[in-house]
Structures are given as C-alpha cells and as structure tokens.
Ligand binder design. Structure first.
Ligand code: ADP
Ligand code: ZN
Length: 665
C-alpha cells in the first residue's frame, strides 16, 4: 500500500510505502513520521491514492513511513482539498499551503500538551436590539439560502456586524462559522460583541496565540467544540467538519493578501472553500472592492444593501481642506482643522486623526547638497524615528544612526522634511496643551494587548484625540467621536498603482465613517494639496456608486481588473550586473509569446515587461518583474507555466509568482 505525504515545506507531496502493521491506521489527514533525506519528518497523509499517473512508482525506491501519530485525522479531508487548491491556484506548492494552514507546533514531533484557555474575566453583556427594516430584509435573504455569495453593502454604522451575528445564530446547531477580519488591531470591539453572544464557543485565532493555545484551539475546532472562529487570514483553514457560513468583513482590504512566501488571498480562498463545501458566504463592506461590486451588478453574487445608519443617524459632513491655500506651513495641521479640534475638545467630544505614515519625518536631508539617506539594502529613503533616534527602513527593518554632519558635503545644516505620526503627535501636543492624547501605529502596538488597551481607553473616554496610521480609520465604533480627519490625503492618492484611487476612496470613506456614530452628528476633515482630485467629489457626498461608475470606466479603458486578471512574476538577483544580463535573456525568450500569432495572444494573454520593479532593490536583491494580463485566470496560469518552463535553466535568479497581485511594488 502507498500513500502521499505532505510536509510543511515548499514542495508537493511525496509518496511512501505503508508497512503491513500500519495499514489500518493511516488515512487522509493523520500525521505520520517518515524518513526524509537523512533525517525524519512529521507530515500529513494527503491521500491513499498517490499520484501514480505522473510518476513511475515502480522505478522509484520508495521509503516506508515509520509510525502513525494520530488516531483521528488532524486535518479534515475538506481542508486537504482546500490546501491543494491553494497550492495550485497560486502556483505554489501544497506543502507551503499546509505550512500556512496548520499550526507549526503539530510538526515538531514532540507531544504537545493541551493548554487551558483563559477567558477575559470581564464579559460584556450582549446588547439586544430590534433589527431595522433593511437589516431584517438582508438577514431574511441570507437565512433563506443554503449556499451562494452575498455582498452586504452597508454604509459605516449600518449594523452589519449585527447581521453577521444573527446569521450565525440562525444556522442549524451543528453548523459552524468562520469570520475573517482584516487586522487584529481593528477587531477588538467586534470580538467583544461575539464573545457576548457566543461565550466560550467563539475562538479568536491569530498570530499572538501561544503554541499551546494554538494546538488546543485547533483540536477544539476539529472536535466540533467550537461554533465560531474569528481570525485573520489563516482562519480560512479552520478545521471544521460542518461549516455552514463564512463571513468576510471589509472584504476589500489589502491585508487579506499575503505579500511574501505563499501569496494567497484569504478572501478568494474563502470563496473557494465555500464552493468546495457548498456553503454560503457574506462579503461585508461599506466600500466594496470594484471586483465585488462588479460581480453584484452583473448578478453573479447577490446584493444586499443597507443605506441607512442605525437610528437614521446622519453620515458626517466632509470638508476637503485645500492645503495650497494655507498661509503658514509651519505645521501639518491647517488652521481650520486646528480650530475644529479645539472646539470639539471644548465640547468634551473625542477626535480621530489619521496620518498614514509612521515615524517622525520621511526626509532627513542636507540642505546644502540635497543628500538624503537611503537604506543600504533597499532602494528606499529612510524614515527618521525620534524616540529611538534612528533612520529606519520600513521595508527590511534595518536602521542607521544619523550623523550631525552630511556624509557627502560635510555640511551641518540637516533638516527634517515632512511629517510622520511621531512629529504630528509632538505638534498637536504643543498646540493643544492639556490634551489627553494617544498615538496608535505599528510602533506603539508592538506589545501584546497594547492596541486593546488603547481601544479600551477610547471607549472609557480617557483619550481626547487618537492619532494614528490607517489602524485608526477602520472598524472602530466609538459613539463619542464626532470629528475625524486625514492630515495628508496625498500619500494615498499618489501611490504608483492602478488601484490607488480606489484605495484612497475606501480609506477616506472609512475614516469619515468613524465620526458621528452616536447621538451627536460628526464631521470629517481631509487635508490635501490636490483638492480637485475626482476621488473627493465622491468622498464628500458618501457616493460609493458615483465613484464606482467613474472608476469602472477607467478600468474598462485600460482593461484592468475586473475586466481582466493579472499575474505578476518577480525576478530577483544578487547583483545588478547579473540582473541586466539575465533580463536580456528573459526578454529574448518571451518576446515571441507576445506576437499576435502566438497561442498566448490568441488566448487573450498579454505580457508587459520585463521592467525594473518600482522598488528596485529590497533586502539586497535587485528586482525586475513582468505583469501578465489575461481574460481568465486559467489561461494566465498556463501562460505563466510556459514562461517558467522556458526559464528553467536560468541561473542565479529567484522567481516569485504572484497570482491576482494587489501590490505592484
Ligand atoms: P457596521 O458594522 O455596519 O459599521 P455595527 O454593526 O457596528 O455597524 O453597528 C453600529 C452600532 O449600532 C453598534 O453599536 C451596534 O450595536 C448598534 N446597532 C446595530 N444594529 C442595531 C439596531 N437594529 N438597533 C440599535 N442599535 C443597533
Ligand atoms: Zn531596507
């Protein structure tokens, strides 16, 4: 008897022989100990029908598995199928997908003990509300279906979370639910609400869990002891046997996509899982992705609309502040915003300010010769951090100590240009003494529970002004926030990416949506040097559909998604000279593929590049890429496979494939 075994490494399955005495113990999903290279490894049995069709097993000398580690499957068969799908769809391997799906502690070979799960002492009581008409209608449609995809498009504060909770409660008792959220920092309030409703049968699955907690929660899920799992990306692989519903909150968020290693998108993986298991999905958003709304319009998915805030509360008025008209530019706050902040504080209300750039200042420049500091390993300008007095690279994490003298011209007039969150903090505190202020960005939320504490302090009104990166813009429900602001909208508008307008619209709309969620109406302020940008026309009037109609025309003209699919291949080289030479070879080999007569072109696939990646060097690797555009995903993957085949013998080059990329840097 033979089996295919999958290890948590970047490879597909390996075939092993099963000794007679283990025959009745092996089955898909159980762990086995097997000889691997010169050692031994723990893997998972993928199937009892090995890939004999493309391997001449008779000619291979197969090794035997040594022992079987589980009595029952650790990974349900459905999840094994999903892992396989992910490996294939993202042109990676099943092994790497397994590594992302199953806690690594299961592969150490050691017997891991269970750990007791400690719950918060303080459990908030579930708020009982009567659904409004729009909520009732949406929930009714969801409850009457067993499968299919719903887009719940509801303005900020329209009560989407309430719908998720009720839809889960309406499932048959043996059915489980997966709730995906984009980021832990913006989810604490949602978790509190779920815990209030589901108690210990809701599990929060995230990277901060200890090894023991992970193992315990995985087993509980597999044993049917858990009703709901909430988590970021990898929760899509939750080992439920009776899944009934998947919720993807803020489905448009870029953080659902993993940017390194296995470049999978948890939203799309969730849609694939729902299809494999025949269950329903709710995509929730105030600002759906162009793709999701496009699919809703064309009838491919079902559309549920929530046009009203709870209790008919008004959406905030939005002021676009033209920064070119500001007289003194010593501070990053305009007069108007400063006055509004003071007034809001005077009225004892809270404010939220977003500046999507951490650190103190993005340019540390010699005013004599114009020298700026670049990361030695990346083609990126370093960002000055005042608390540590270092120049940090936000790509690779390395840092330099700034010198008082310019290394190029020996000048000493070195200046900080531009503002990050640390500098904005300093400014606001100096302009508004006596303010209870907090900063929330990746630097202040490193420690476990630190973001949770900030959220609690906001809820308890111990903070007047919360300033931070996009972390403050999304998800939160603070009824006393009546002012929200963007210090520099231009950062989001000027990203070199065809999605930058979409992202900017989403971000500003989300940020505005934090204001006026309670009894007192709110107001939003957006500072920009480009007030004429079309994004603002729609942000001002909270007009998602208007924005969509405009943006979809641009996408159509350029045949970008949703009118096409993209696939990006990144080539990395250790030295620049190698890169130049090799790229010539690559160009030569793929040039013909673009000719009109080639099967590729006829299949509707177009290749752009090779060209240097916008960030040309990261971690000492020189990067080039090609971007492929096609009518459908399958044709694209096939074309990419042809290219890889043509480049098989090219040396000194690393290749990364990104299917459905959402970051072109
Ligand atoms: P969204 O997820 O759409 O931004 P939430 O679900 O967070 O909105 O709802 C906003 C607020 O309104 C929450 O505090 C929630 O408890 C409350 N809420 C939701 N539905 C109702 C309702 N039908 N009646 C009263 N309050 C509600
Ligand atoms: Zn760097």
């Amino acid at each position: 008897m033979l089996v295919d075994v999958l290890f948590p490494i970047h490879a597909d399955a390996f075939t092993y022989f099963v000794p007679e005495d283990l025959k009745y113990k092996v089955g898909p999903g159980v762990r086995v100990l097997a000889p691997f290279k010169r050692g031994k490894k723990v893997g998972i049995v993928q199937s009892k029908e090995p890939r004999a069709q493309n391997q001449d097993l008779n000619k291979m000398k197969l090794k035997s598995i040594e022992s079987v580690l589980d009595d029952e499957p650790l990974v349900p068969e459905k999840i094994l199928k999903l892992i396989k799908w992910v490996g294939e769809y993202y042109m990676s391997t099943s092994g790497l997908a397994l590594k992302n799906a199953v806690p690594s502690a299961f592969f150490t070979g050691k017997k891991a003990g269970r750990s007791r799960i400690v719950y918060d002492e303080e459990v908030i009581k579930a708020k009982v509300v009567d659904l409004n008409d729009e909520q009732t209608r949406a929930l009714g449609e969801i409850n009457s279906a067993d499968k299919g995809v719903f887009l719940a498009h509801g303005v900020t504060g329209s009560g989407k979370t309430e719908i998720y909770i009720r839809a889960i409660k309406a499932l048959p008792p043996e059915r489980e639910a997966v709730v995906l959220v984009p980021e832990i920092a913006i989810t604490t309030q949602m978790i509190d609400r779920f815990r209030a409703h589901f108690g210990e049968s809701v599990v929060f699955f995230h990277s901060g869990l200890s090894v023991g907690e992970r193992i315990t929660q995985w087993r509980r899920m597999r044993n049917g002891e858990v009703r709901v799992v909430i988590g970021v990306r990898s929760a899509v692989f939750a080992p439920f046997n009776n899944l009934g519903l998947i919720v993807i909150d803020e489905e448009q968020e870029a953080s659902y996509k993993q940017f390194e290693g296995l470049r999978y998108n948890a939203r799309d993986t969730a849609l694939a899982r729902a299809q494999l298991e025949g269950v329903k999905v709710i995509l929730g958003s105030a600002t759906p992705s162009m793709e999701a709304y496009f699919n809703a319009r064309s009838g491919r998915i079902r559309y549920l609309e929530l046009t009203q805030r709870i209790e008919q509360r008004p959406l905030p008025g939005v002021d676009i502040i033209d920064m070119t008209k500001e007289e003194k530019q010593t501070f990053s706050l305009s007069n108007k915003l400063l006055e509004a902040l003071k007034e809001n504080m005077g009225n004892n209300h809270q404010s939220l300010i977003m500046l999507n750039r951490r650190g103190y200042s993005p340019f540390f420049m010699c005013t004599d010769c114009g020298h700026t500091y670049k990361c030695p390993a990346c083609s990126i300008t370093l960002i000055y951090h005042k608390d540590t007095n270092t120049l940090n690279c936000h790509y690779c994490g390395s840092y330099l100590n700034p010198q008082a003298m310019c290394p190029t011209c020996k000048g000493t007039r070195i200046k900080h240009l531009g503002t990050g969150t640390q500098r904005a903090e300093e400014e606001i505190q100096s302009l508004m003494p006596g303010l209870a202020f907090k900063r929330m960005d990746r630097d202040t939320t490193q420690k476990k529970l630190s973001h949770y504490r900030i959220i609690r302090q906001m809820e308890e009104k111990k903070i007047d002004v919360l300033l931070g990166t996009q972390m403050v813009a999304k998800g939160h429900d603070f009824p006393d926030v009546t002012l929200s602001a963007v210090i520099s909208a231009d950062i989001a508008l000027n990203m070199p990416d065809f999605r930058s307008a979409e992202r900017a619209f989403q971000l500003f709309t989300q940020l505005a949506g934090r204001a006026g969620r309670g009894e007192v109406p709110g107001r939003a302020y957006i500072q920009t040097y480009e007030p004429e940008h079309y994004v603002f026309d729609f942000v001002r009037s909270h007009d998602y559909k208007g924005f969509y109609d405009k943006e979809i025309e641009l996408r159509k003209e350029l045949s970008y998604p949703p009118f096409s699919r993209l696939l990006r291949i990144i080539f990395s080289f250790k030295n620049k000279g190698d890169a130049g030479k090799t790229v010539k070879v690559i160009s030569g080999r793929i040039r013909r593929m673009n000719q009109a007569s080639s099967p590729l072109a006829r299949g509707g696939v177009e290749i752009l590049g090779p060209a240097p990646a916008p960030v040309e060097k990261i971690r000492n690797l020189w990067r080039w890429h090609i971007i492929m555009k096609g009518k459908n995903a399958k044709a694209l993957r096939q074309a990419a496979a042809v290219i890889l085949e043509k480049l098989k013998d090219v040396k000194n080059m690393k290749i990364d494939i990104d299917v459905d990329p959402i970051n072109m840097l």
